[in-house]
Design a protein around this ligand. Structure first.
Ligand SMILES: NC(=O)c1ccc[n+]([C@@H]2O[C@H](COP(=O)([O-])OP(=O)(O)OC[C@H]3O[C@@H](n4cnc5c(N)ncnc54)[C@H](OP(=O)(O)O)[C@@H]3O)[C@@H](O)[C@H]2O)c1
Length: 271
């Protein structure tokens, strides 16, 4: 049964060769959507698509891999054109490609790494959305999901540039939603730490500690985020736009390993 209303629709997912993008492509295919996933490398895109298509269950959508660097001029136009030729529509766009070459404190950053981070994490999401809206969604409607981060809502050491890109993306999600309503909904997901290559520095040597700190007791898996992205793209979310949904196991609520004993006795407090 098509509970999501996603069967027969077509989704483009940028950065779909692994991690959250790959899990999201699989989730859309399972819901009956056809998917175009992108990677900077054709072989990575094709391998990712093959790995999903190998699950040959009835009712699943078809996944196609395409080479497309998120910021190469003309790449979005070519990808959208080929998607329209292949499947006849682009109903969903997931701006998922992301990068973090600017690790370290702000005073150590150079313009090249700063600009690359903003180009891939911010400009690409603006540009791919614009291209998809001009080519299809402007006339036929659709849904866009941007991949932000809880980093865009807080301040942390060493990821200041990356977090600033995600803060910008959260704001731009609201701006896009306002400009593109009522035909196109635009929302964002803001994950906490998820088990992927991009975030490896954040979890690989600290998973035990993270488990004790995160209220729901574990780091995220790519499939956790994929479930939220498919929900936001589905008809169940048809009255939601401009929102950024945090999905972090409760991490932003506070450190679950901290001493939760009352700071003062009741008597002292009254005193
Ligand atoms: N993992 C986390 O903890 C976490 C938390 C919050 C937000 N996020 C966000 O989630 C998104 C997905 O990241 P992930 O964690 O799943 O990382 P990942 O497993 O390393 O995947 C990153 C994906 O982005 C693609 N990519 C990178 N640069 C690209 C470019 N210039 N053009 C096109 N594709 C590009 C990669 O493809 P190729 O290398 O094959 O080109 C890959 O498919 C990112 O936007 C990230 O900022 C992640």
């Amino acid at each position: 049964m098509d509970v999501h209303g996603l069967a027969g629709l077509t989704a483009i997912i940028t950065g779909g060769s692994r991690g959250i993008g790959l899990a999201t492509a699989d989730a859309f295919a399972a819901a009956g959507s056809n998917v175009v996933l992108t990677s900077r490398r054709l072989d990575s895109a094709l391998n990712a698509a093959d790995s999903i298509n190998a699950r040959a269950e009835p009712g699943r959508g078809v996944v196609v891999g395409m080479e497309a660097h998120a910021t190469t001029p003309g790449a979005a136009e070519l990808c959208v054109q080929r998607t329209l030729e292949e499947f006849g529509s682009v109903d969903i766009l997931v701006n998922n490609a992301g990068t973090n070459p600017a690790y370290g404190p702000l005073i150590e950053q150079d313009h090249l790494r700063f600009a690359k981070t903003f180009d891939v994490n911010v400009w690409a999401a603006v540009n791919w959305t614009s291209v998809v809206v001009r080519a299809w969604m402007g006339e036929h409607g659709g849904s866009v999901v941007n991949t932000a981060s809880i980093g865009g809502l807080s301040v942390e050491p060493d990821v200041g540039v990356y977090n600033a890109t995600k803060a910008a993306l959260i704001h731009l999600t609201r701006q896009q939603a306002f400009e593109l309503a009522p035909g196109v909904r635009v929302n964002a997901v803001a994950p906490g730490v998820v088990r992927t290559r991009l975030a490896e520095l954040l979890w690989s040597d600290h998973e035990e500690r993270l488990r004790s700190e995160i209220p729901l007791g574990r780091i995220g898996e790519p499939e956790d985020i994929a479930g939220l992205v498919t929900f936001l793209a589905s008809r169940a979310a048809s009255w939601i736009t401009g929102q950024t949904v945090v999905i972090d196991g409760g991490a932003l609520l506070g450190d679950a390993s901290a001493d939760r004993a009352p700071r003062a006795s009741t008597a002292e407090h009254r005193g």
